[in-house]
Design a protein around this ligand. Structure first.
Ligand SMILES: Cc1cc2nc3c(=O)[nH]c(=O)nc-3n(C[C@H](O)[C@H](O)[C@H](O)COP(=O)(O)OP(=O)(O)OC[C@H]3O[C@@H](n4cnc5c(N)ncnc54)[C@H](O)[C@@H]3O)c2cc1C
Length: 579
């Protein structure tokens, strides 16, 4: 950065990057505390995920009563969701409503993409630059850049030779797309594809679905909000919200403590049918051992495979749509409306790219090993460079000019998913190493924003000191993130949680699998112990210093019967001494 750019940099206490739900609430919270803050956002409006992902069928897959802000009782009371799982346009209206209600837009600069952020150790500040060469000098930098905001860079041989439109679900045109009378191809069968395929199939004259890996999908049973939820929230709004947050996933899933491996087949069937009928993610909580014991996981897998066979008329197609390469729940499961039944339509065709690989795009469409497929339009639903993608794309340099890319060369290292050693005064909202994508993210966002705000308020009281995660605490936290996931089967899947969908990305399980409730308590204890694991400085003087992280939770509520498997896996991973 040149001296003139540094001189011209606009001074600000706190710069927040991103105006999704995280950046919006962060701004509101800092204003309440009287801390100066400005948001910069690449898009032209608020809403983040719900601003960019306008594909047909886009909707939330956690009930809207829970996937919405709980920090303001009046906001909660005045907003009425139209259905259980709000669609994208309604979520975007909600984001706009929140922004207008709290007058946030006056401190959000839109159409501004941050491309660099360098720590200036002499002045104790961040120098942050945009694509358009605008600069800010801020004491604190908060990255609210989103876990799923950067699409993967996938490309295909010959893609440039296809002369008709190619759409990405994650960058869908604002004016929408009308596929009537068109032959459409869609690549991908993750969540965005599973939501959009039934709707595109209704419009298109023919839809070809190119599948690399099938995913598990549960029916949403979308419709009006269940009376039991309306009643529970109306009678005790604070209690309803607290009950959501005090769960592993940040939503009320009524996790069963019984083990599938110790339950009779009739009771298993009744439990699974009940949860399937309720819809959404509820089946994830059917038994306490499905994430850990292969036999229990297989029971749920077999149940879902049977449900797929019931919905898909052609047994060969049903077989192709049934996941085989990963245990249930080890990749993010999907929630659908009519996905499997769509394959019964005469105008829908499934191409299995494992047995018929994609060769190239061409002027007509796509060639696979077996034949040519001609299209008027192609849709790429090829996923995201999750959790680290948005941060990686910023030229981010900490103390001594160390690049975040180098610090994260073997996978993202953070302390609590909130800070990175050697990157003082820089916070990540729902960063890698926090529960984030394993949860209802609005609740995780609220927890992070409130923790960061409290931390900044406490630093303000100490003459705006600087804070930095210690290298030792960061190492201990990374180990704890491994300890939390190793007992589960999650590391067995080639998932985006592991970075496996991006060629060359280091393989490491990125989110914290210990649960939001456990994690919130850890963060609370860290703060209560005077920011354990952090070094707080004012200029050259150290105000408080702790290099340890000791706020480990006990093993959260693990049934005794599972301990042998857990111990064996921890030992095999070197996370527990061999007996
Ligand atoms: C299709 C889809 C469906 C989802 N469904 C669910 C769901 O059902 N339940 C759930 O809990 N979560 C869901 N998520 C996750 C979702 O991302 C979060 O729920 C939540 O919206 C994240 O909010 P955020 O503010 O942290 O990030 P985002 O909403 O991603 O916002 C980040 C913002 O930062 C901006 N930004 C990034 N980098 C820069 C930069 N360098 N300069 C300037 N601006 C930048 C982006 O433009 C974006 O607007 C879904 C995600 C996707 C993609």
């Amino acid at each position: 950065m040149t001296a003139s750019k540094i001189q011209d940099a606009q001074p600000i206490d706190t710069l927040i990057v991103g105006a999704g739900f995280a950046g919006m609430y962060m701004l509101h919270k800092l204003r309440e505390l009287g801390i100066g803050a400005q948001v910069v956002e690449a898009g032209s409006g608020v809403g983040g995920t719900w601003y960019w992902n306008r594909y047909p069928g886009a909707r939330v897959d956690i009930q809207s009563l829970e996937y919405s802000f709980g920090f303001d009782a009046a906001l909660e009371a005045e907003w009425h969701w139209s259905e259980r799982y709000a669609p994208q346009p309604e979520l975007l209206r909600y984001a706009d409503h929140v922004a207008d209600r709290f007058d946030l837009k006056r401190d959000i600069q839109f159409n501004t993409r941050i491309t660099s952020a360098h720590w200036d150790n002499t002045e104790g500040r961040w120098l942050v630059g945009s694509e358009a060469d605008e600069f800010w000098a801020c004491r604190y930098l908060i990255l609210a850049t989103g876990c799923l905001s950067v699409p993967t860079d996938v490309t295909f041989p010959g893609i440039e030779t296809f002369p008709r439109p190619i759409y990405r679900t994650s960058r869908w045109p604002r004016e929408g797309v009308d596929f009537s009378g068109q032959r459409v191809g869609i690549i991908g069968t993750g969540s965005s594809a599973i939501q959009s395929i039934p709707i595109i199939a209704e419009q298109a004259v023919h839809l070809t679905v190119f599948q690399r890996t099938p995913n598990y999908s549960m029916p949403a049973h979308n419709g009006s909000i269940p009376d039991e939820d309306i009643h529970a929230r109306a009678s005790d709004p604070r209690g309803y919200r607290a009950a959501s947050k005090d769960t592993p996933g940040g939503f009320q899933n009524f996790g069963n403590t019984a083990l599938a491996t110790q339950t009779s087949p009739d009771e298993i069937r009744a439990e699974l049918e009940r949860r399937w009928a309720w819809g959404g993610f509820r089946i994830l909580g059917a038994f306490a051992d499905t994430a850990i014991a292969p036999a229990a996981n297989r029971i749920v897998h077999d149940f879902i495979a049977e449900k797929i066979r019931e919905q898909v008329a052609d047994p060969a197609v049903a077989e192709l749509l049934t996941p085989k390469d990963h245990p249930f729940g080890t990749k993010r499961p999907c929630v659908d409306t009519g996905y499997y039944a769509t394959f019964n339509r005469p105008n829908v065709e499934l191409i299995d790219l494992k047995s018929d690989p994609l060769v190239a795009f061409n002027a007509g469409g796509i060639t696979t090993a077996k034949r040519q497929h001609d299209f008027d339009a192609i849709v790429l639903a090829t996923g995201f460079d999750a959790m680290t993608g948005a941060i990686d794309r910023i030229d981010l340099r900490g103390v001594g000019g160390r690049k975040i890319k180098d610090h994260w060369a073997e996978g993202p290292r953070t302390y609590l998913g909130l800070m990175v050693a050697g990157f003082p005064n820089m916070f990540t909202i729902t960063g890698p190493g926090s529960p984030s994508v394993l949860t209802n993210m609005i609740n995780s966002i609220e927890q992070h924003v409130e923790w960061i705000a409290e931390c900044l308020a406490s630093l303000a009281k100490r003459q705006h000191a600087s804070i930095e995660a210690s290298a030792e605490a960061e190492t201990a936290w990374c180990r704890h993130v491994m300890e939390a996931v190793t007992p589960t089967m999650m590391p067995q899947a080639n998932s985006w949680y592991m970075g496996a969908n991006v060629p060359g990305k280091p393989r490491m399980f990125m989110p914290y699998a210990g649960g939001l409730h456990t994690y919130t308590e850890i963060c609370r204890q860290v703060a209560a112990k005077g920011y354990e694991g952090f070094v707080i400085r004012n200029g050259d003087s150290v105000l408080s210093e702790s290099h340890d992280f000791t706020s480990h939770p006990p093993m959260p509520d693990i049934p005794e019967a599972l301990m042998p498997i857990i111990i064996e896996r921890l030992m095999a991973a070197g996370l527990m001494p061999a007996a």
